[in-house]
Write a protein that binds this ligand. Structure first.
Ligand SMILES: [Zn+2]
Length: 442
């Protein structure tokens, strides 16, 4: 396949001065806003009701006063209109495009993605894969989430970078780990793009087959993972176990967010060519400065297909202060979890990511799945279900070490319940609602 690269990465945009980046973003924000106000009924109705003129938005502060909306609003619009068309789709009915699903904890909606959208977003994503070490001529194994907008963009990435693509049999559900492992050992890819929980399922499959993961991944130089946050210690252990040069974590959502780690792994550089990200206080809606955790608000800067403007992802995240040592000027974002996964313990809001950091400090518990238990009422003690490590030694010692880490890091007492196996879910760590028949949230 002939690569379509007409420019080399990284190009100058990676290191544009911050003032120039901000100017470019503001220009694109105003463009998309005008487009939405004139052509998209979802926004026109909202902005007219709030007496907002798109032309009156002159700076980021004005923009931050526009109303946000959530998945619930999108689902309500679908229900009202009895159609996937919520009035956010630019060009629907005239341009050829695909419909993709946005599923998950908050419900399922649909995105309309025309060819122009796929080109722009795919070209942008090619940069992310380039950062992760994918080069023309390489062989990439990927678990294509065919229902997800990522699959539409990855198709473009493959053409643009001129790589050969290998898609193993099966979806990225852990039960297909066997065919993924067979493909990796037989096809010997240079690069693997994979869903993080599936990577853990591959490691478990290696253990079952008595195969060293580093032997299975012998041909692989770099791995790009998506779908769940990796903690610094779990990354280091994964890299060691797999014997690869590096592991990169990509971050995104179908509504518009793309963010990607560089080799310094200090957070995820926001792809400022395609999206604008704000962090707000979930209570007051006020913008939060870098270094403060809040709700992640995303605006797509592409005026094609489904256009999301000030979409509240209901994810907990923060913009990290300071510049990255890599020299790229694109702001750094960290996303910790869905807000719905918060558990209140002793008047503190605890997320699975916070607890994962504690587990990682006990070497035997790195990579070991766990779940937080949440009762109807706020608890005084943090309750956990943790999968017993294979050949895990004395559980009592591990339990005491974990409790000590939780006390030191989170200032909480913990009650730990060891379990043979947590259900193999397809979205990594989870919160189990005890009053919900013990069903796990995914
Ligand atoms: Zn960087």
């Amino acid at each position: 396949m002939k690569p379509e690269l007409d420019r080399s990465y990284p190009d100058a945009m990676d290191t544009w001065p911050v003032a120039k980046l901000r100017r470019d973003q503001l220009h694109k924000l105003r463009r998309v806003l005008k487009h939405a106000h004139r052509g998209l009924s979802f926004y026109r109705e909202r902005y007219d009701k709030a007496k907002i003129e798109a032309d009156a938005v002159r700076n980021f502060e004005d923009f931050a006063r526009l109303p946000t909306f959530t998945k619930r609003d999108v689902l309500d619009a679908i229900r009202e209109k009895k159609s996937f068309r919520t009035g956010m789709e630019s060009g629907a009915g005239t341009d050829m495009g695909v419909l993709c699903m946005t599923s998950g904890t908050l419900g399922t909606s649909f995105l309309y993605l025309p060819r122009r959208w796929a080109e722009i977003r795919g070209n942008s994503l090619a940069r992310a894969y380039w950062w992760a070490g994918l080069r023309p001529g390489m062989r990439m194994l990927m678990a294509a989430p065919a229902w997800h907008s990522l699959a539409v963009q990855e198709t473009r990435v493959i053409h643009r970078l001129g790589v050969t693509c290998v898609v193993p049999w099966g979806t990225f559900l852990p039960r297909h780990a066997g065919s993924f492992l067979a493909a990796i050992t037989e096809v010997k890819p240079d690069f693997v793009s994979i869903f993080l929980p599936m990577l853990y399922a591959l490691l478990a499959e290696c253990r079952r087959r008595n195969l060293r993961p580093a032997d299975a991944f012998q041909s692989v130089q770099n791995v790009l993972v998506v779908g769940a946050p990796m903690t610094p210690l779990s990354r280091a252990k994964l890299r060691e176990d797999l014997g690869v040069k590096d592991l990169f974590e990509g971050l995104g959502n179908p509504e518009g967010l793309t963010a990607m780690e560089c080799s310094h792994h200090r957070g995820h550089h926001i792809f400022i060519d395609c999206c604008y990200v704000e962090i707000i206080d979930p209570g007051s809606g006020a913008p939060l400065a870098a270094g403060k955790r809040g709700n992640v608000i995303v605006t797509s800067l592409i005026p094609h297909g489904s256009v999301y403007i000030r979409y509240d992802t209901e994810d907990l995240g923060e913009i990290l202060p300071g510049l990255c040592p890599c020299g790229k000027t694109w702001p750094l974002l960290e996303v910790y979890d869905r807000r719905a996964n918060a558990v209140e313990v002793a008047r503190k809001e605890i997320f699975p990511y916070d607890v994962r950091l504690c587990l990682d400090k006990v070497p035997e518990l790195i990579h070991i799945p766990f779940a937080l238990l949440r009762g109807r009422r706020a608890a005084e003690v943090l309750k956990l279900k943790v999968q017993q490590p294979m050949g895990g030694g004395a559980l009592e010692i591990l339990e005491n070490q974990l409790k000590a880490q939780i006390k030191e890091t989170l200032g909480l007492e913990a009650r730990i319940e060891w379990t043979e196996e947590l259900p193999e879910r397809w979205k990594g760590v989870a919160v189990i609602d005890e009053d919900n028949g013990g069903r796990a949230r995914v």
